[in-house]
Each structure stands twice: as C-alpha cells, then as structure tokens.
Design a protein. Structure first.
Length: 278
C-alpha cells in the first residue's frame, strides 16, 4: 500500500464536512502523507463501496449519516462498544476487511469536559433518538447522571434506543418523557440536542419555551457557526452553552490516532479546535 495513508468519509451528504481539514492538519503535525476524501455514497451503494475501498488499499474511513448502523453488515469485526451502541463511525483496515469502532462516544465525553459541562449526579434531557443519539446517550450514561430523559417525536424509537443499548450499559436511569412531564417535575437539567431537525426546519426543537428556564447547561452536537434555535434559546439564559465542533474534533482525533498509531498533543489539538471556529 506504500507510505500514503488513504482515508475518507462515507456519507450522504458529505460536502459540508470539516473532516478533511481536521485530518490534513493532524497529518501535517505528524509529518504523514495522508489523503482524506469525501466519499458520497448512497445507501444502496454502501456494501459495494466498502468492498471497493478495501480493494483500493484504504487504511480506513469514517462513517456519517445515514450509514452508521447499516455499515456494520459490511464489516468483518465490530468493537464491543460499537456493537452495544449499534453505531460505527470509524473503520480500520484488517487482513480480511474493515473493523468497526465508535469514537463518537469518547468524542462527546471529551467535548463536555472541555466545556465544563458536568453530567455526573445531574439530571439530563436528550432531544432525539436517532443514530447520533445512541452514542450520546451511551456516553452520558458512562458519566453516571442522576436521570436521563429522552424527548423524541416517536416514543417508539426512543424506547428502541434504550432497549438496543441496555445490553452494554445500565439504562435504569433512562426514560422517555414529554416536555410537559419534565416541566411538571420543575427540576433543572443539562440539555443535549442530537438531531438535525433545526437545520432543515429552522424551528426550535424545544417546543415549550418554559423548558429553557430549567436548562443548567446546553450542548448541541450540530457543528455549525451560526447559532441554532436551541443554542440561541440557551444563550439567552446566560448558562454554559457549546456546539458540536468539539465533539467533531475529538472523535476525529481518536480516529486519527487509531489509524496512524500516533498521539496528538494538547497544543496540536488546540490549534485544530481554533481553526474549526474560524
């Protein structure tokens, strides 16, 4: 395969991704010859594309929406954690095919720590129950919250998320609730937004404005420079607020380290985090 490290991002869409920038900077820090391509892949083409990447000598690739669950069927091995979550975002070349891992869990955890958002012993409310929410909920549970409530348009999907991950982690503090039920409890909580709904509708995922008054801190995993309605509502309350750029960075850093066997320093990490916000 030579000295060039061939990487990429499988998704649909992928044009908006900042991943090439991140991996280019990390490669430069370590003096590595890395290519990182945006690999637009329709769901019906996923299996064939993974096979092609192996045949073409790719060292690995990231996986984004909507392939994080579906890609598992195309892999020769999946880490225990990724299997428990039911989501893979990082694939690494092995002798017979690609193995799947999940770096979103650690990426989200580090993002919370970096922004001083404490979860352990606190009540948490998560908006959404899609693929991204799986990694977020698993990561949050590792931090031992007092309770974790999922608000989702489809209660059935939220219950399925809980059922799917319970084999890998204790879900006894997790439940599905409505905003009305949470408001009736009148307890402050850490709010986490995991959907892309606000980007498509322009409307806040928070339907009852009174919810914002109970926010202790807020994290939106969407990595965009313009504040989302969720972020705007939280900012107006003068609390700790963060968007998805740090999660994006830290999951990428862990993937890069897995692919290359290198270790990114704190100083190097800060340079990339700063560049992402430009």
């Amino acid at each position: 395969m030579g000295n060039k490290i061939k990487l990429g991002l499988l998704g649909y869409p992928v044009a908006h991704s900042k991943s090439p920038l991140i991996h280019s900077m990390l490669a430069d820090f370590k003096g590595l010859d890395v290519s990182y391509e945006l690999l637009l892949t329709r769901p019906e083409d996923l299996k064939a594309r993974v096979k092609e990447l192996f045949e073409e000598g790719y060292h690995g690739f990231n996986v984004t929406v909507p392939h994080k669950l579906a890609v598992i069927d195309s892999l020769v091995n999946v880490s225990k954690v990724a299997k428990s979550v039911g989501a893979v975002n990082t694939c690494i070349r092995t002798k017979n095919g690609f193995a799947g891992f999940n770096t979103d869990i650690m990426g989200f955890s580090k993002a919370l720590d970096k922004n001083g958002i404490e979860v352990g012993g606190h009540d948490v409310v998560v908006y959404g129950a899609g693929g991204a929410a799986r990694s977020v909920v698993f990561s949050l549970l590792l931090k031992k919250p007092a309770s974790l409530s999922i608000i989702n348009r489809s209660r059935e999907n939220a219950l399925k998320l809980i059922d799917d991950i319970k084999g890998g982690i204790d879900t006894s503090v997790v439940s599905c609730k409505t905003e009305e039920e949470i408001l009736s409890e009148n307890k402050r909580f850490v709010a986490v937004q995991t959907t892309s709904a606000e980007l498509t509708t322009g409307e806040s995922i928070v339907k009852n404005e009174a919810m914002f008054e109970l926010f202790d801190a807020a994290y939106d995993i969407v990595a965009v420079k313009e504040p989302t309605p969720f972020i705007k509502g939280a900012n107006a309350r003068g609390i700790k607020v963060a968007n998805g750029f740090d999660m994006l960075y830290y999951q990428a850093q862990e993937a890069f380290e897995l692919w290359t066997g290198t270790k990114i320093t704190d100083a190097e990490a800060e340079k990339v985090r700063k560049e992402l916000r430009q």
